[in-house]
Design a protein around this ligand. Structure first.
Ligand code: UDP
Length: 457
């Protein structure tokens, strides 16, 4: 131990969105609680102020950086591109100030762990002579498609996949590609963002992937040949996995107000009887799609707990709440991990966001996946075909919607006979996830390798 009892001081910089803060915060907690590091995590000033954040989240110290929109965050920006550009300019200076401020303290910052959605953070680290580690918060399969596009210009077309894809990616069909490839031209700023993750990645000293080895074995092996990486996941609160961190029951950091009565409601329901429906923090369904989903859920006659964010509520069909009051509970935001690990849950109707996916796997819950965009189609393929823990809904080609009958049928499949094998598989993945993060597991060893190299610099 050096420097006030810490082995080294790390600054973690997540991309300012719920699905990116959660995993990096959780990884930070593990480094701080179990590996002897001092970890400081920087949120944007807007997020910190609007949540009235304290100075620490468990064992992790909190700092702030500016994204250039301190009074309102992303919604104030005139476009995605404008937000990203200002975040880069102002964020760079902010991070540099934090490093400078800590320089004369007993614990100067020695390493930056950054989300590669912010590739400029790597430049700040190198400008100040610090160790830099990229933390990829999406699946390795998805990361590898972006890597290949960035480095080799592999031409992914909506209608076909390139020949001779490396092992692991060979299972992907056109509809399984990240949406930036299958719907070319959609969200150009985000498309550039995901590819730029690899813009000068060779300068990073470590690359972390929020997955675990056995989950994506083939693709981790093939990608590691060209881009060595350490699998360190799943990064979910330890109470749901190895229980090695004291009092680590939740992310402890929510950009939305949690409706905590969900669990009281679930307590009144029989085991395996409830469909949990949630689409993460960003997905926005059309009014028509909301209606089909609502009518499909209603037709199953199963109990359901449906997260509809406040901004989406007006899309719900009139009187749905009243008509389904006996069977359904609608909330604006749930304590998702508590919900998924509740014995009343029989299946998770999800958009297939990467955090939601690994949370469901780590809780042993089978899924119905209705992917919307970005990495979700690829995750859906892995859920259905590789891990065999769920089904992916089919979109009606004429209407572009997932119809109510399809919703009903998929839920019935997973809640019924077919779901038994999926549940068994999901429980196997849960065991393997626990093994990976437990002492001596693949993720744990990789974290130890990083810490020992960092502290011997
Ligand atoms: N989440 C939650 N309550 C909800 C819905 C989502 O706590 O009602 C959390 C969920 O546990 C996950 C994150 O929000 O950690 C969503 O991340 P994901 O990658 O699944 O989706 P994104 O929001 O990035 O689309």
């Amino acid at each position: 131990m050096t420097r006030n009892g810490y082995r080294a001081h790390v600054l973690a910089i997540p991309y300012p969105a719920q699905g990116h803060i959660n995993p990096l915060l959780q990884f930070s907690k593990r480094l701080a609680s179990s590996k002897g590091l001092k970890v400081t995590l920087a949120n944007t000033i807007f997020i910190a102020n609007s949540l009235n954040l304290p100075k620490s989240a468990g064992s992790v110290q909190l700092e702030t950086i500016s994204d250039g929109y301190d009074d309102g965050g992303f919604p104030l920006a005139e476009s995605i591109a404008a937000y990203l550009s200002r975040l880069q300019d102002v964020g760079y200076q902010s991070v540099a100030e934090i490093i400078t401020r800590h320089k004369a303290t007993p614990n100067p910052i020695e390493c930056i762990i950054y989300d590669p959605f912010l590739p400029w953070a790597l430049d700040v680290a190198k400008q100040y002579g610090l160790v830099a580690a990229a933390f990829f918060s999406q699946s390795c399969t998805v990361n590898y498609t972006y890597y290949l596009e960035h480095h080799h210009g592999i031409i992914w077309s909506p209608a076909s996949v390139p020949n001779n894809l490396p092992l692991g990616l060979h299972i992907l069909e056109p509809q399984d590609m990240p949406s930036f490839f299958s719907v070319p031209g959609s969200y150009p700023a985000y498309s550039e963002l995901v590819l730029n993750q690899f813009s000068h990645i060779e300068k990073a000293d470590f690359i972390f992937a929020n997955t675990f080895y056995k989950l994506e074995e083939e693709v981790v092996d093939s990608m590691s040949q060209v881009c060595p990486m350490l699998t360190i996941g799943p990064t979910i609160p330890s109470a749901y996995l190895d229980n090695s961190i004291e009092d680590d029951k939740g992310y402890g950091f929510s950009l939305f107000e949690i409706d905590s009565f969900c669990t009281d409601w679930l307590n009144t329901k029989p085991p395996g009887s409830v469909v949990y429906v949630a689409f993460g923090s960003m997905a926005s369904l059309s009014d028509k799609q909301m209606k089909e989903l609502a009518l499909g859920l209603k037709a199953t006659n199963f109990h359901f707990l449906w997260v509809v964010r406040a901004s989406e509520e007006e899309k719900l069909p009139d009187k749905l709440k009243e008509e389904t009051a006996e069977k359904g509970l609608l909330v604006n935001w749930s304590p998702q991990l508590e919900v998924l690990s509740h014995k009343a849950i029989g299946c998770f109707f999800t958009h297939g966001g990467w955090n939601s996916t690994i949370e469901a796997l780590s809780s042993g819950v089978p899924m119905v996946v209705m992917p919307q965009w970005t990495d979700q189609p690829t995750n859906s393929k892995l859920i259905e075909s590789l891990w065999k823990v769920g089904v992916r809904v089919k979109v009606d080609e004429t209407s572009g919607l997932v119809g109510r009958e399809e919703v009903e049928q998929c839920v019935r499949e997973v809640m019924g006979e077919m779901g038994i094998a999926m549940k068994r598989n999901a429980k196997k993945w849960r065991e393997l996830a626990i093994e990976a993060v437990s002492e001596g597991g693949t993720s744990d060893k990789n974290i130890d390798e990083f810490v020992s190299k960092l502290t011997s610099v």
